[in-house]
Write a protein that binds this ligand. Structure first.
Ligand code: HEM
Length: 88
């Protein structure tokens, strides 16, 4: 099984901001979407805009109806415990 963490703060999240190691924050959860990137119907570059950051606002902007939970089950890292306002 993949490693999960008890919690992830904004500092830890921000470390994972490249194509080969890409985490995002979505609705209070942190996901490692590195493997999902190639499957994102909106493309790698679009999803990379949220790498190491909050993806919730962009997600809601483009497709609030998408059932992300289904797609990201295997990508789950942990709960976000940081301060979203500190994310760039
Ligand atoms: C399309 C999933 C994050 C931008 C889609 C679609 C899915 C999807 C399933 C197809 C939707 C449809 O046809 O109704 C996800 C998941 C995300 C995510 C699981 C979270 C990890 C994002 C983010 C952005 C984005 C953060 C923007 C920065 C787009 C765009 C499309 C799209 C622009 C439309 C592509 C097109 O049809 O031309 N995404 N997405 N997505 N997504 Fe995402």
């Amino acid at each position: 099984a993949k490693k999960t963490l008890p919690a992830v703060d904004e500092e830890e999240l921000a470390k994972h901001c490249v194509r080969e190691d890409c985490w995002i924050h979505l609705f209070g959860n942190v996901y490692d979407v590195t493997a999902y990137l190639d499957f994102h119907p909106g493309g790698v570059d679009e999803l990379m805009r949220a790498s190491g950051r909050d993806a919730t606002a962009l997600f809601n902007q483009y497709h609030p109806w998408v059932n992300y939970d289904n797609f990201l089950k295997s990508c789950y890292v942990g709960k976000f415990c940081g301060d979203l306002s500190k994310l760039k």
